[in-house]
Design a binder for this molecule. Sequence first.
Ligand code: F6P
Length: 372
Amino acid sequence: MARHIGILTSGGDTPGLNATIRGISKAAMGTHGMTVIGFRDGFKGLMQNRYIPLDRAAVSGILTLGGTILGTSREKPHKMNVGGKRLDMTDAILENIEAHHLDALICLGGGGTQKNALHLHQQGAPVITLPKTIDKDVWGTDTTFGFDTALGIATEAIDRLHSTAHSHHRIIVVELMGHNAGWLALGAGLAGGADVVLVPEIPYDVEAIAATIKRRRAAGSMFSIVAVSEGAVSADDHAAMTAAKARVDASKDDERKQAKQHHAALKAGQGNSTARLSRRLEELTGLETRVTILGHVQRGGTPSAQDRLLATHLGTASTDMIAKGIRGVMVAMVNGEATPVPLEDVAGKRATVPLDHPWIKTARSLGVGLGD
Ligand code: F6P
């Protein structure tokens, strides 16, 4: 019977993490009679044995709080920054799990966390995970907590940009998060009525975007909103990146180092691609253009009702699975049900937007430009 469980939050923070911590702790204590502790700052705090008891007082009043009361980090068990060096701290982590007599360690995280959790599971740790990220790119689950809140924030931002773009007859290019998946930009773009939506899954042609904007102008709309996912790239950049990656894969030793540097430089250059895109659109259309980068505002603040429900549902369900002896899985949302999915199936994969997804079809039917 499971008696002691630990929780950690890893990767970028997300609205709904505290709701999950509360859901897990309340169900673990109340329904299953378990004790719960929370490790600070992800795998780093677990390695350093920094933790707090998650008793009733600790989880009271946190349902609506953004961020994570535990703190988070992007540290990996097998490549941890210790005094400026990257070291494999897996053994230290396993020792702490043992010292606390943990029957289960629940890791709340996105794609990277699933990989780290699988690594620990393969080394014998009793791991179970929950899918959190505003990017909705975790494989094996219908959705992730944090996404709905970020979608709401991004949609409201696009709503607000509309009135100023309209008043000044401008193009506003708004960059949204999402890593290498277009869920957030596409969802918020559709919900906010963007005229062009650019996602990483569809490399764009700037001339095609300009043509969409010119068509709007010819039809009497003197402004346009372009919602661009941070991972979106032009078709030219995409081709260059693919070629550079192929060179890295094919090269050896000295040449490989050079090829890697070239690939990294191209990737780093992508950071400015929204500004470049905006300048190019101004040149091609003659319309004044502005850029808004929403950034971390999308990850801040109180979770939406939908995210609170999802987080609480998955959190409580994870304790039932632990009580049944289930380990080595992510507790996913599949057709509205909390479902255990093996970590082996989840780790290392990314759920991007399928090109035949209903949101893509909807965008095309509406005449929203997708840059292709
Ligand atoms: O994965 C969540 C996310 O917000 C991505 O959308 C974004 O690319 C990344 O994290 C930003 O990370 P950081 O907060 O470390 O800058």
